[in-house]
Design a protein around this ligand. Structure first.
Ligand SMILES: *[C@@H]1O[C@H](CO)[C@@H](O)[C@H](O)[C@H]1NC(C)=O
Ligand SMILES: *[C@@H]1O[C@H](CO)[C@@H](O)[C@H](O)[C@H]1NC(C)=O
Ligand SMILES: *[C@@H]1O[C@H](CO)[C@@H](O)[C@H](O)[C@H]1NC(C)=O
Length: 486
């Protein structure tokens, strides 16, 4: 018996060892930040590391006589959608705030701040006047009719904005959240930039409060791609960030007002729904006693709902989130991993605060220690990085088996550095999109939409629901990978 037990013990330890050794979170972290360089629009800097990309969209904004170059292409196309770009930037900044020391010890803090700044520099340009914010450059519909590298794009670069007559409190609110979170992230390394970001953020929040409205009604072009279901969540999220950054009473009042909804128990955290982000941010501050004497019932409601969501994710709540047979959290077929990455981020951040304040989580099926939350996160991240039934990494360029035909214009066409000859709109489809071969450029660090609910993945260039990556998929993972790598 004893020898069998020893054998089993040795065997289990070996499995643990193999698992631990096989996933290099530090490498995944480095790669996830490279992905943001591949998505850059505008004039690339001298320290650009992703060399298959070149300058692009250098005339953006010219239609309206302003410079709107820079920022990020959102996914596999060449449109700059402000709404998800702002959410991406907020998540990157939250990663930098929450896991600053871990990013620093992996020498990736500077790259993270650079990734944030590529977004915030653009938002500053887009925030032309206190009540004017550009929210989209390019047209989804005409862009999607072409398959072109960003470097030789021929599609219209129309500009779309919100203003007092065409409001968008969700777009202005999310951009305010992004600029505020970035202001916190930059406070130590560049206080004047941080102050500048905060000034823009406060103006945008004020604009959002005074001129409520759904941005995708004011910019109908964005509706079929990133239509917003409401602005209350972005206003709350922005107020929570502004309170964290400034400790000013006015933002606390906003969070506390009876008319402000806590959101209840949400289903997911995504570019459209920020309630969980705000709930977790407030819950963490409550645990850390940051409200000194201002702990109202409504603040405790945020905490309650944040915790209910987390319990549902770890399968210990009253309304658990579905999982695949392989154990991956499952929301839906189209870009499921975007929800998984944001969820792992909030659980990790909350677990660390629980741990630091010597608390545990009370779920309906019992008490959960912070270490159990981290194990859960690790399982989800390991699944994404290759510990899954397909043995496939859903991070491009990570491991030996990963998606080869990512739905991405730039990555699927020969690099402009290798062949300067323009690839036309239809030529791109005929010569590159339909080509039955791996992409010529690896979109290193990108997180694709991911597998279906039976853990299957079809690596096909036209399978955009599974095989397209988006900047919002990777942003939250930056912080989680830094935490797991340390
Ligand atoms: C995410 O949550 C929103 C509610 O805010 C819901 O409308 C949407 O269907 C959910 N999406 C998925 C994929 O679960
Ligand atoms: C409440 O918050 C305000 C503003 O953040 C702060 O000045 C005050 O000390 C806090 N405590 C009480 C009891 O009001
Ligand atoms: C994969 O996708 C391609 C293109 O969409 C399709 O032709 C093929 O049948 C799919 N394969 C499977 C196994 O679903």
């Amino acid at each position: 018996m004893a020898s069998t037990n020893n054998f089993m013990l040795g065997f289990c330890l070996m499995i643990l060892f193999v698992n631990a050794a096989s996933i290099d979170y530090g490498e995944a972290l480095t790669k996830s930040l490279l992905y943001f360089e591949a998505q850059r629009s505008g004039k690339l800097p001298h320290n650009q590391r992703v060399q298959w990309r070149g300058d692009s969209a250098l005339q953006d904004g010219k239609d309206d006589g302003i410079d709107l170059t820079g920022g990020y292409y959102d996914a596999g196309d060449n449109v700059k959608f402000g709404f998800p770009m702002a959410f991406t930037t907020t998540l990157l900044a939250w990663s930098a705030i929450e896991f600053e020391s871990q990013l620093n010890s992996k020498t990736e803090l500077k790259n993270t701040l650079n990734a944030i700044k590529w977004g915030t520099d653009y938002f500053i340009k887009a925030h032309k006047e206190s009540h004017i914010l550009y929210g989209e450059i390019g047209e989804g519909t005409s862009d999607h009719k072409c398959w072109e590298r960003p470097e030789d794009m021929t599609t219209p670069r129309s500009v779309y904005k919100i203003d007092e007559q065409h409001p968008g409190a969700d777009l202005a609110g999310e951009t305010a959240a992004a600029l505020t979170a970035a202001a916190v992230a930059f406070k130590k390394s560049d206080s004047s930039y941080s102050n500048h970001l905060l000034t823009h953020a406060k103006e945008l929040f004020d604009f959002a409060i005074k001129f409520p409205g759904v941005y995708s009604n004011s910019i109908p072009e964005a509706r079929i791609f990133y239509g917003s279901s409401g602005y209350e969540d972005e206003l709350l999220w922005a107020a929570a960030w502004l309170y964290k950054a400034t400790k000013e009473q006015t933002y606390l009042d906003y969070i506390n007002e009876k008319s402000t909804s806590c959101g209840g128990t949400r289903l997911n955290l995504s570019w459209d729904d920020k309630y969980i982000g705000a709930q977790v941010l407030i819950a963490k501050d409550l645990l850390e006693n940051k409200f000194a004497g201002n702990e109202s019932t409504s603040l405790n409601e945020y905490k309650k709902y944040a915790e209910e969501f987390i319990c549902n994710c770890i399968q210990k709540g009253n309304n658990n989130i579905k999982t695949t047979n392989g154990g991956l959290l499952w929301w839906g077929y189209w870009n499921n991993l975007q929800f998984v990455t944001t969820t792992t981020f909030v659980i990790t951040a909350y677990a660390d605060t629980l741990s630091a304040t010597k608390n545990s989580l009370q779920c309906s099926s019992g008490n959960v220690e912070p270490s159990e939350l981290i194990s859960f996160v690790k399982f989800q991240v390991d699944y994404i990085l290759g510990e899954n039934p397909q043995k496939m990494s859903y991070m491009v360029g990570f491991g030996t088996h990963y998606p080869q035909k990512v739905h991405h214009r730039g990555a699927s066409i020969v690099s402009i550095k290798k062949d300067k000859k323009t690839v036309g709109c239809q030529e791109g489809f005929d010569q590159w999109f339909k080509r039955n071969a791996p992409n010529p450029n690896d979109l290193v660090g990108a997180i694709v939409g991911g597998p279906d609910n039976s853990d299957q993945y079809n690596d096909s260039r036209d399978n955009f629901k599974q095989g397209e990556a988006a900047t919002a998929n990777s942003a939250a993972l930056v912080g989680v990978l830094a935490r797991l790598a340390s």
